[in-house]
Design a protein around this ligand. Structure first.
Ligand code: 7TS
Length: 408
């Protein structure tokens, strides 16, 4: 991978922040967008814009082709069996809420179990809390190992024949761990439960094959994978989606409407009430083309190397604690500097042009498990390289010095 050539395709990276060349290390929050994505959206609005699935006119059919073409790209990216299995949503949060509200609320009742983990992002935790409250089901957690990984023995011990839904993140946005989704899915299925995967942090960084994983639902966000904000997708097995009720009603999703009764369109449109996020889907389609041109296996390998380098260099810093396992991690490192609040770390780094995130990363239960209130996080993508990690290390040394002097 030629990182310099890739970087040049991201106009935003070519600027100075606070007098320093920007080092963007916050891609787990949202990735930057290449010129091809920006151009595709601009071209769509300049040449093809119309509403979809209704116009007899030429622009209407161009817009429909662009929107449905993007669905095909998502289906191919995930190796879904059909475009009927891809529902466009606003992002991962909306996709997971759709499964919780439409599937789980009717599948669960008193005495049933929903199984998740303490490392989940709030958007894969609160929807299940709400389902448990509404149905009387019990929310259960697969415990974590001391390094933040999940053991299969614990999965076996937590999932039971009463479990109706298991929902786990593929990749943690805090610990960087890659969870054994295929094995967890097998255990869920053996017990008659459906398997939901939060793919917000996996889809941007590695090849995903939903049929190989055999999961029942898979959620993703476009904005974390070089696409625009406001678009994401839910993959669901057709056998399940076809039995689910829509949760949003109105235009676009209906077949026949009478004064007192209505019927729904076929899959996937019955879950897409209202004018859809057309330009967003076009942007996501362009992002998928971009990622596949670079190569998802290449991106995966590049980031794993970078993560290993970053984890090793950061761990060597005196007074720095890095969280999560040392190996088999994706391109992010979450850490704390002794005696310096992570918000202060992020502020000093920003003054050097380095963007990292500080806070609880929408994972408050995981913060409690780590016994911290917040952390700093540097997250990498295909446009980062070792020099960015070196700038981060240099920035952290300056942070320590600054606060050492300030305190001392
Ligand atoms: N699941 C995971 C694992 C995530 O990392 C995020 C966002 C979401 C779900 C929610 O995605 P959304 O697109 O619907 O908002 N994670 C982060 C983060 O780590 N920092 O900012 C957002």
């Amino acid at each position: 991978m030629n990182i310099q050539a890739i970087r040049e395709q991201f106009p935003i990276l070519n600027q100075e922040i606070n007098g320093h060349p920007l080092v963007y290390l916050d891609s787990a929050a949202t990735s930057q967008k290449p010129r091809s994505v920006l151009d595709a959206m601009k071209r769509y609005y300049e040449l093809d814009n119309a509403n979809v699935h209704r116009g007899v006119h030429t622009l209407g059919s161009r817009a429909t082709d662009a929107y449905e073409g993007a669905r095909e790209k998502v289906a191919k990216l995930l190796n879904a069996a059909s475009t009927d299995e891809i529902i466009f949503t606003r992002g991962t949060t909306t996709a997971l809420n759709l499964v919780a509200s439409s599937y789980a609320r009717s599948a669960c009742s008193e005495g049933d179990e929903i199984v998740i983990t303490p490392m989940e992002h709030h958007s894969n935790l609160i929807p299940w809390q709400q389902v448990a409250k509404a149905t009387g089901a019990t929310l259960k957690y697969i415990p974590l190992q001391p390094d933040g990984t999940i053991s299969i023995a614990d999965v076996e011990a937590t999932i039971t024949p009463r479990t109706k839904v298991v929902s786990v993140m593929y990749v943690s946005n805090v610990l960087g761990v890659i969870n054994p989704i295929r094995e967890i899915t097998q255990i869920a299925h053996r017990n008659g439960a459906v398997m939901v995967v939060d793919g917000a942090q996996s889809t941007p960084h590695m090849k995903v094959d939903v049929r190989d994983l055999d999961c029942d639902f898979y959620a993703l966000s476009g904005h974390k994978m070089c696409g625009p904000t406001g678009i994401g997708a839910l993959y669901g097995k057709k056998s399940l989606l076809s039995k689910m009720e829509p949760i949003e009603f109105g235009g676009e999703m209906i077949d026949h409407v009478d004064l007192y009764e209505s019927t729904w369109k076929d899959l996937p449109w019955r879950f897409e009430g209202g004018t859809p996020i057309i330009a967003g889907a076009v942007g996501l389609g362009a992002a998928i083309d971009f990622l596949q041109e670079v190569g998802l296996d290449e991106i995966d390998q590049h980031e794993k190397r970078l993560a290993e380098y970053a984890y090793t260099r950061l761990s060597q810093l005196e007074g720095l604690t890095a969280y999560g396992p040392a190996h088999n991690r994706v391109g992010l490192v979450t850490f704390n500097l002794e005696d310096v609040h992570p918000h202060d770390v992020a502020t000093v780094l920003d003054s050097k042009g380095i963007a990292v995130r500080a806070g609880h990363h929408c994972c408050q239960p995981l913060m409690r498990w780590l016994n911290v209130s917040a952390t700093a996080r540097a997250s990498f993508y295909l446009y980062n390289d070792e020099a960015d990690v070196d700038r981060l290390v240099e920035g952290l040394l300056q942070t320590r010095e600054f606060f050492g002097h300030a305190i001392g």
